[in-house]
Design a protein around this ligand. Structure first.
Ligand code: HPA
Length: 262
């Protein structure tokens, strides 16, 4: 077992029903959580720490809508120079504690012209454009040949759509594409992505989903659309964070209601 899993097990006796990964600027969603324990990432041996503005770094164990949750307040990205194994440490930790379900959120740019900044998109499927590496590279045995058909749990998606419509939360559904980053896309890349049916692009989530499926977890993926090159022109990290803050509140409401019913 990885050292960081044993360390956390020694700190708290808690089996999360759901792990929740909080993306860039989305930590407003923490307001509703009844916190049981916080562990800063820096206290956990061999646990990666984010270098990105807008990303905090702590594990939060708590209760949300009657469910035991383990929240990752801040994640690390491949573009920060971390290995794929480090990027997916949180997912391995969650699974190591016995977690069977994971909700992964992120900030993403719109590729589909119908999407605009501030939209919430449930991830139906993904395309992996991080060609350089894979979080399962080096795993042994046939388990590494992970089935990625319906990687995003169909029942979770259905439930999230249902809950959103009942709560009057506007949502879209679509295909998320992961790039390595840290540069944003060229216009030619965006046009290409648009043509092949990608709806949104970002720099996270896909490695985590691959490892989550490897570890037999059920996945719900939610993107906050923070910018649309086609609609708004220029993009900056500050703009991304501002929009994510607004999105965060609605995503929080969606997750809160989702957890009540699932
Ligand atoms: N591209 C890649 N990642 C992103 C974007 C984008 O336009 N917006 C937020 N994360």
């Amino acid at each position: 077992m990885e050292e960081y899993i044993q360390f956390v097990k020694d700190q708290i006796n808690f089996v999360p029903d759901f792990a929740i990964v909080i993306g860039s600027g989305l930590s407003t969603m923490l307001d509703k959580v009844k916190v049981i324990k916080r562990i800063p990432y820096r206290e956990i041996p061999n646990y990666p720490i984010s270098t990105v503005k807008g990303h905090k770094g702590e594990l939060i164990f708590g209760i949300l809508s009657g469910k035991n949750v383990l929240i990752f307040n801040g994640r690390v990205h491949f573009y920060e120079g971390y290995t794929m194994r480090q990027v997916t440490a949180g997912v391995r930790l969650a699974a190591g504690l016995g977690t069977k379900n994971i909700i992964i959120t992120n900030a993403a740019g719109a590729v589909n012209k119908a999407l605009k900044a501030g939209d919430i998109m449930l991830i139906e499927d993904h395309i992996n454009f991080i060609f350089a590496d894979n979080p399962l590279r080096g795993e042994k045995g046939t388990e590494r040949f992970v089935d990625m058909i319906n990687a995003y749990d169909r029942d979770f998606l259905k439930k999230a759509v249902e809950v959103a419509s009942r709560k009057g939360i506007d949502i879209r559904k679509g295909i998320y594409c992961a790039v390595a980053g840290p540069n944003y896309e060229t216009m030619a890349e965006l046009r290409f992505m648009n043509r092949i049916g990608i709806d949104a692009v970002g720099m996270s989530t896909v490695p985590e989903v691959i490892v989550a499926r490897f570890l037999k977890m059920r996945v719900l993926g939610i993107s906050c659309i923070t910018d649309s090159i086609f609609n708004e022109g220029d993009i900056s990290h500050t703009k991304v964070l501002n929009i994510a803050n607004q999105c965060g509140k609605r995503i929080a409401e969606l997750i809160e209601s989702f957890l009540k019913e699932v």
